[in-house]
Design a binder for this molecule. Structure first.
Ligand code: PLP
Length: 388
């Protein structure tokens, strides 16, 4: 069979392959602790679950508008207004089946042979995979430990050429847990004035997971780029709803109809009861969000302290999301062999840094979306392995 070459260039997320291997080892009797997968270990808050069940019972079984239920799009705007005083028109909001779908749509819209797309490295692997799928040239924006794993505005602007179509940003970030400071975002946006044809996709899916009293800086705060800003967000991480496949994005007027038509062609609409769950999440009480954040914060400190006590390992304190990205160069191991040896020998699943980009060598990703007890036992096992 002849398939189009684009499909031979498509990549994947190794976190899912690690999960499969971890499950295989577990079914063979090994006690596996998974610090590989990036999903909250909490159940979805009950009032959200109840709202979706009620929707099913009430007969909400049909399609909604392709762009999502109007009341849900309004709730998204109200939530953004409540949290950031952002003014967003519901006519610019689309509900999509998960956070990933926005990057898929945005990269499809701007990627073609000859075009360049800037994306963070280390970064969420699907950015690069989708860029390669379209035939565009992926241009990595370095995310460096000595910059606290945030981007440098100067370095990013220096990578823009007359072929650049799209700049992908992600803060708080996967896999490093970095947060780009406001000063860098200010400088970046100022510099983007010289590149009016470059669109920006800001992946803010971890925007409620910042610590130490830091507040999130949303790109929505910059009116000068709103006409070319695509904002990616969703319910997966904030409300522990990864399996519901609920995301949303904000698109400028010039692009909105294009993404609406893609929705009509590809997914028609998002699962209707899930949209009711999403509505309850945004309009209901937010205490579960704060509770989960507090739990992640405690674990973050445990992970940071324990990792730094391991031989050859150093780790900066993550500022956001639920990932730590320890530097393992002094252990003498390369990252992917170490991640694999840890899984096979100690039952601890982590992800090798190179799975997030070339600059990930020398690091492994630890997801602390797991219980404190499991985290303590896992890092103790890693320490015994490294010492042994
Ligand atoms: N963006 C980033 C940075 C992520 O880490 C993830 C999930 O891990 C996503 C987007 C995708 O989220 P979803 O599961 O809602 O598709």
């Amino acid at each position: 069979m002849h398939t189009v070459p684009n499909f031979d260039r498509i990549g994947e997320e190794n976190a899912f392959a690690v999960l499969a291997r971890a499950n295989q080892l577990a079914s063979g009797g090994m006690e596996v602790i998974n610090l590989g997968i990036g999903q909250p270990d909490f159940p979805t808050p009950p009032h959200i679950v109840e709202a979706a069940i009620k929707a099913l019972r009430d007969g909400q079984h049909g399609y909604t508008a392709a762009t999502g239920m109007p009341e849900l799009r309004e709730a998204v705007c109200a939530d953004l207004h409540r949290r950031f005083a952002a003014e967003v028109n519901p006519d610019n909001v689309i509900i999509v089946p998960g956070g990933k779908v926005t990057m898929f749509a945005a990269i499809l819209m701007f990627g073609e042979p000859g075009a360049e797309i800037l994306y963070p490295d280390p970064g969420f692997p699907i950015y690069r995979s989708m860029i390669e799928y379209t035939g565009a040239t992926p241009v990595p924006v370095p995310i460096r430990e000595d910059k606290g794993f945030g981007i440098s505005a100067e370095e990013t602007l220096g990578l823009i050429t007359d072929k650049t179509r799209l700049l992908i940003l992600n803060s708080p970030a996967n896999p490093c847990g970095g947060v780009t400071p406001k000063s860098e975002i200010d400088a970046l946006v100022a510099g983007l004035a010289n590149h009016p044809d470059v669109a920006i996709m800001s992946d803010e899916i971890y925007d409620q997971l910042l610590y130490d009293g830091e507040t999130h800086v949303t790109l929505l705060d910059y009116p000068e780029i709103r006409d070319r800003l695509i904002l990616l967000n969703g319910w997966s991480k904030t409300y522990a709803m990864t399996g519901w496949r609920m995301g949303y994005s904000i698109w400028p007027d010039a692009l909105y109809d294009k993404v609406r038509k893609l929705a009509v062609n590809a997914w028609s609409c998002v699962n209707t009861p899930a949209q009711f769950g999403g509505l309850a999440a945004l309009t209901g009480r937010q205490d579960a969000v704060a509770d989960m954040r507090a739990a992640f914060d405690t674990r973050r400190k445990v992970v940071h302290e324990m990792l730094n006590a391991l031989p050859g390992v150093s780790c900066i304190l993550p500022k956001g999301a639920f990932y730590a990205f320890p530097n393992i160069t002094e252990t003498g191991w390369e990252a992917k062999p170490l991640a694999s040896a840890l899984l096979e020998n100690t039952g601890v699943a982590t992800i090798g840094g190179p799975d997030f980009g070339i600059l990930g060598e020398g690091y492994i990703r630890i997801s602390y979306a797991n219980s404190e007890d499991n985290i303590r036992r896992a890092i103790t096992r890693i320490g015994d392995f490294l010492a042994g």
